[in-house]
Structures are given as structure tokens and as C-alpha cells.
Design a protein around this ligand. Sequence first.
Ligand code: SAH
Length: 389
Amino acid sequence: MRQVMPRDDANAPSGEVPVLSESVSGARIRRAPRHLADLDVTARKEWLTDLGEQPFRATQLSNHYFSRDETAAENMSDLPSATREKLVDSVFPPLVTQVRNQVADGGWTRKTLWRLFDGSLVESVLMRYPSRTTLCVSSQVGCGMACPFCATGRMGLTRNMSTAEIVEQVRLSRLAVRAGDLGESAAELSRIVFMGMGEPLANYRNLLGAFHRISDPQPAGFGISARHLSVSTCGLVPAIGRLAGEGLPVTLAISLHAPDDELRDELVPINQRWCVGELLDAARGYFEVTGRRVSIEYALIKDMNDQVWRAELLAEELNSRGHGWVHVNPIPLNPVPGSIWTASSSSAQDAFIGTLRSAGITTTLRDTRGSDIDGACGQLATLEVEEGN
Ligand code: SAH
């Protein structure tokens, strides 16, 4: 581990749950009210008992939430009418409400801005494809990792999202997809990627809770296979090791963006703490334990990280750790307003990708779904804050 800290220690990721009592602006952080989706099955029964109810009510409520995506008391006729409202208000406090949607790609991409219980704003993006529908979710309000090319990184970290706040994005999006709001017909939400706002591994415990609520079989969870979940990290090495040991076949994506420490120290400041070599060793270790092929994300930035020699160095770093364990997903930079950086030229992209492929590395240019609505880069929420809404 290297010793330099990129930012103040309060936001420092360690793989442990950061206990935040203050936001970056010094305002007091309120914890999200407890919600049924924060808890595993055992804790739900204990909670219901504490509320003076029979433990089997936990199963009924879980069925409504996880099997039917339902939180409205009037649609829960199996609960006693006298206490139904009060019980539902206690276990399903409204945590996440929709502020607005932006659509792109002929209605097949939809970005939603959500307001959380305390007024915080986060966003998620739905992307429909012929054979699957993917939701990109946020895991923190803002982000403490300070990557200079990322809109969320420029906002700083306000707070972690609770498990239920993360899960609510999934439930509400799944309802929208089933209602036919994405494209001209109903579909089924099939994949969830943790690539929205925030550094998921800096909110480890709530992230793990969300993985379980999403993937556990109904009615414990939504029953979406953990194989269909992906989590992206800028490189919190201890947390990668910890995640490998959880026994969940989640896909790991690494935001590498540079194969050399000199440039990565600048583009992804957490590299000053855990360097490229340590990060790639952890990624390789993740593959060994889980058998899941790791993705390397690489935003191609003009004249910054897109040189052929860097593609060669990247291939060398990956191949030196074995073959067939990793693939690379370059994506043209989606420029953040006010930044001097732009996307690489298409000839530079082609040369970069060609170099990796010639070295035997599976490489796919990531699609830029929703780039015209600033998809998944925190820009909508930033705008909203700047407008004072
Ligand atoms: N904190 C996590 C998730 C971030 S968002 C992480 O760093 O992996 C998911 C991906 O979008 C990351 O690879 C991130 O580096 C990338 N990204 C952020 N801003 C971008 C931009 N302006 N253009 C292209 N990719 C960007």
C-alpha cells in the first residue's frame, strides 16, 4: 500500500463502512429511515416482532415488496384492515421519488433523476437492448474519489445511500420497464450495473445488502441472478478482496483509465494509495476466486491516455497476469462541461483497440448510450443543484 492520501481522511475508502456523521459541507447527515429492504429475512421478522406484529407478517410484506413490487397499503388485502396503513407506513417509508426523466435513443434509454428522503438528488439510467434491459444505479450521493474527468467526482461526497435507497431504484425502474415506459412495449429488467453516481465499494455494507436484496430468491429478494449484476470500482483494493470472498458471482469492473502510475495518479487519485500493480493483482485474484471474467474500463481521452504505447503497456500488464481472465471496455470520454479534456479521435480509438486485440486481449468499445443526455455521469444532478432546485 502506498502512503499518500488523495483527499481528507473522512472520505477515505478502506473497504470498511465509512461512518459519516458530517457531509463535506459540514452539514449534519440524517440516516435514511429504516425500510424493509434494508433487512435480511431474519432481521425483518425481528423488526415486525418489535412492532408488535406476528413474524409471518414479514413474509407477507416481503411478498408484496419483492414479488409484486408493491408498497401501497390499499393493495395489501391480506393484512388486517385496522392496522394496515400504520404497518405499511412503518416498513415502507417513502425514500425515493421521481423528479424527472430524460429519454434518448428512440425511447430505449431513459435517465431518471430521483429525490431521496432528505432532498438529495441521484440518478439512474435504463438501457433497453433487443435481448436484455439494463439498469445503471447510484450507490452514493456524490462521490469522494475526485476523478477529474467525472462529473460526480467533481461534486464531492455528501453521503452513502442506504441499502433500501439503492434497492428502490431497482423496484421503481422494474415497474416502469414492465409498464412499457421504455420503448413501445413491456419488457423485463434483466441486469443491474453499479456504475451510476458514487464509488460502490466505499459503501460496502449497504452495497452487499443491495446485492442480496436484488439477487436473493423471492420473497427474500427480487430474484435477479447475481450473475446479472456488475459493480464498477476505481480501485479500492482491500474491498475487492473482501468482495471476492462473499460467494456472489457478481461481475467486477475496474476503472483503470491508465496503465502507468504517473498518469493514473492524476486521472484516478485513489491510485496514490493503491497503485496499478496492486489493483491488477486484486482484479486477477477476484477472477481466481469467483471465476468471473473481469472488465477493465478505459475512458479514451484525447492525447492523454490514448497513445499506442499505453495500449501496449496495458496489454503487457494484463497478459503478465495470465490469459482469458480479463477483457477491456474502452469508452470515448463523455466530456464534462468546463473540462479541457475531450474524447479521442476515432483513428486513435481504432489504433488503441487494434493494439490490444493484436496482443490477444478481448476488447469491445463500450456503447455510449445516452451520451446526449449525459447518461450516468452525474451531470443532471449537478445541473439541478446548480439551478438551486
Ligand atoms: N466509482 C465507480 C463507478 C463510477 S461510474 C468507478 O469509478 O468505477 C462508471 C464508469 O464511468 C467508471 O469507469 C468511470 O470512470 C466512468 N466515467 C466517469 N466519467 C466519465 C466520463 N466523463 N466519460 C466516460 N466515462 C466516465
